[in-house]
Design a protein around this ligand. Structure first.
Ligand code: NAI
Length: 699
């Protein structure tokens, strides 16, 4: 059992002990109930303190039980909370560090609560597409007031215990301890002070009311409209809290339960739970044990102070790690520093960064034109021009100066990391760190594992990624790695759709309605159409038989590179990002179509979405089968965090699982019949075909 009993004279202490965050799994729930029985049976015990060992009071449900029957097995959380409420002797929850979800609901079942300062308190269920399901929506408004409680429930965000203790009239905490260290002593003293109180106070007996009543809930519903667009849960939070103010406690509990169970079965909830687990699983590499010793990274060097080098540097400065940037010319360094300053100053202006923090960060940044100055860096990241010859020069120079054991990383987005590693005499120390633009904002980091990359290098960069708040996914070496290899197929489908009769706007609108942040043509305009053009020129040499629409090349020949030239697939007004359709571009597409002898047809939005999304799925299946990605969920993480795939759909492979792989494979076979498309590409990848035939899923 993962909850322990100990008596401290006349007070029993029940300690949740289920690392890492005292999740309320079955064995913890059983432990609490058994400990309560022991406290009940001992006549010398006058009160009970309930607390958590280690780094948390409780983080809530045990994610390892997600989706398993264990989660609901008795004693379930509702019955444990009931056992607390009905206990004959006072129970004091001693809350510290983290008190979230089911952990907070459990504490609300205790008769009293003493909190340590600095404790993070939250009901984060909405982030998993749910509402709190063990009384949180009914009890929190009773102790915190309707408005403060609803804000917490709808946002899912953590609030500090000191802040909560200041909410006027709050009954969440009976006492705020002086410090985390004194919490237990204060809780024990508090328990003794209330040992004889009868009847015992219960949160359920407190009133829940809002002075503006219906008008307030109308306002709250309007407030959550935006966040409810793709998710049912936020609006349901409002319904449940409203029920706390209007229904009897027991009826409110039943109402909450019904909503909770219904949400559990929605695809949005499945998607969010999948991503929650997937994001945590991404840091695990099958053949690199978690206890692999890591190299010490205390200083970083960045080669190239351009778009990526600047953004990459900011990540480390933000984490308090010193950075030295190297360039070929002083002007380039000056430009790079000026851009970093501009970014930070914008944050200061918006009130997101304090002036002294900004100065502290800049003080960690130094520059050089001389490789010899980098020799002591623990990690060096190269972000120079995307040309293999330039990379060769840089890596040879680094090999000559860097101390033994330093990690040499490349931010290349398309080049062969094995080749780059072999420019050095230490390929085991070389790895790809593929950041996404803007590198100081985007959460995704593809860690590219070369054939020779040492395991401790991988373990180290995964932990560095965490330190700089990135979600890292490991990719093997191939052209485009995971994300860009997939996006290429997606963009290629976009081109075919133009040839067949669509406009860029129709394609973009259809996929944006599906939930993508941006369609392929708006994305091209943002990233710069010339980048894809350069890649296609290289491909034309490497794979002369590759079939693709020539419209994008024609566009680039007109100099329409995208937002940076004020014109791409769309027109742009300077300083604005609104995409305005352009008649000349439409004419260009029509002329090209005519030159190919194609009669345009009306393509449905459904077909547009399927072709774009299933092209990602088929390429992903190849990537998975080739071992470029370690697991299906890693691919979903890449696409959600790096490419704007709709979160409520859980990633391309999760979405394919929801559609059903049989249906996905059937659609691919249909697309293969289209003479204007690429029949060879649409043969379902062997892994996909196998899973579909066996009625299985990717995830
Ligand atoms: P950029 O052109 O903005 O910056 C490159 C910088 O490297 C320039 O400031 C240049 O002066 C400097 N440089 C060139 N050769 C050098 C050398 N031998 N020694 C020292 N400095 C040198 O390019 P960007 O966009 O920052 O790209 C850099 C790398 O990052 C490329 O490998 C690119 O493929 C990759 N990348 C780019 C992304 C993007 O969206 N821009 C996304 C992910 C990766």
């Amino acid at each position: 059992m993962t909850a322990h009993y100990q008596s401290h004279g006349d007070v029993a202490v029940i300690t949740l002990d289920n690392p890492p965050v005292n999740g309320l799994g079955l064995s913890t729930r059983q432990g609490i109930v058994a400990a309560l029985e022991q406290a009940n049976a001992d006549a010398a015990i006058r009160a009970v303190v309930l607390t958590g060992a280690g780094k948390a009071f409780s983080g809530g449900a045990d994610i390892r039980e997600f989706g398993s029957p264990k989660a609901l097995q008795d004693p379930n959380l509702l019955s444990v909370i009931l056992a607390l409420e009905n206990f004959a002797k006072p129970i004091v929850a001693a809350i510290h560090s983290v008190c979230m979800g089911g952990g907070l609901e459990l504490a609300l079942g205790a008769h009293y609560r003493v909190a340590a300062p600095g404790c993070k308190v939250a009901l984060p269920e909405v982030k998993l597409g749910l509402i709190p399901g063990a009384g949180g929506t009914q009890r929190l408004p009773r102790v915190l007031g309707v408005e403060a409680a609803l804000n917490m429930i709808v946002s899912g965000e953590a609030v500090n215990s000191e802040m909560l203790a200041q909410v006027p009239g709050q009954k969440l905490f009976d006492k705020l301890a002086a410090s985390a260290e004194s919490l237990m002593d204060e809780a024990l003293a508090f328990a003794r002070s209330v040992a004889d109180v009868r009847p015992l106070p219960l949160v359920r007996n407190l009133p829940a009311k809002h002075p503006q009543g219906d008008a307030y809930f109308q306002f709250a519903r309007n407030m959550v409209k935006g966040m409810s667009k793709n998710f049912p849960a936020p609006a349901k939070c409002v319904d449940a809290v409203e029920a706390a103010t209007k229904k009897k406690f027991a009826d409110g509990m039943a109402f909450e339960r019904e909503i909770f169970i219904n949400l559990m079965w929605t695809s949005e909830c499945r998607a969010l739970r999948h991503l929650f687990v997937a994001e945590r699983a991404a840091s695990k590499i099958p053949d690199v044990p978690e206890d692999t010793p890591k190299r010490n990274i205390q200083s970083v060097a960045v080669i190239g102070a351009g778009t990526m080098g600047g953004g990459i540097s900011m990540n480390f400065l933000n984490a308090g790690i010193p950075v030295k940037m190297l360039e070929m010319k002083q002007e380039a360094l000056d430009r790079g520093i000026a851009t970093i300053r501009k970014n930070y100053e914008a944050q200061v202006k918006k009130g997101k960064l304090k002036q002294d923090k900004y100065e502290q960060r800049m003080a960690l940044l130094s520059t050089t034109l001389d490789y010899a100055d980098l020799k002591d860096a623990d990690l060096v990241i190269e972000a120079v021009f995307e040309e293999i010859g330039v990379k060769q020069k840089v890596f040879e120079a680094l090999d000559a100066v860097m101390k033994p054991g330093a990690i040499l990383a490349s931010n290349t987005s398309t080049l062969d990391v094995n080749k780059i590693a072999n420019f050095t005499k230490r390929p085991q120390d070389v790895v790809g760190l593929h950041f996404f633009s803007p590198a100081n904002v985007m959460k995704l980091l593809e860690v590219v594992r070369g054939d020779a990359t040492a395991k401790d290098v991988l373990a180290t960069v995964m932990s560095v990624a965490k330190k700089i708040k990135k979600t890292a996914v490991v990719s093997g070496v191939c052209d485009g790695f995971i994300g860009n290899r997939m996006v290429e197929q997606y963009v290629r489908q976009g081109g075919f759709l133009l040839d067949e009769g669509c406009t860029p706007e129709q394609v973009d609108k259809a996929i944006e309605k599906f939930g993508f942040a941006m369609g392929p043509f708006r994305m091209g305009d943002l990233a710069g159409n010339d980048i894809g053009w350069a890649i296609r020129k290289r491909r034309a040499i490497e794979h002369p038989d590759m079939k693709y629409s020539k419209t994008a090349d024609l566009l680039c020949e007109k100099g329409r590179y995208g937002q940076k030239t004020g014109a791409g697939w769309y027109d742009y007004v300077p300083g604005k990002r609104d995409a305005i359709p352009n008649a000349e571009v439409i004419q260009m597409i029509e002329d090209h179509r005519k030159s190919l002898g194609i009669t345009p047809r009306k393509v449905s939005d459904e077909e547009i979405v399927q072709r774009l999304v299933f092209s990602l799925v088929n390429e992903a299946a190849h990537i998975l089968e080739e071992g470029i990605a370690n697991k299906a969920s890693d691919i979903d993480v890449v696409y959600i965090f790096g490419y704007g795939f709709p979160v409520h759909r859980g990633g391309p492979l999760k979405y394919a699982d929801e559609v059903g792989l049989f249906n996905v494979a059937q659609a691919m076979k249909r697309f293969a019949q289209n003479p204007l498309d690429d029949a060879a590409f649409w043969q379902p990848a062997p892994l996909l075909a196998r899973l579909a035939a066996e009625g299985k899923t990717f995830n």
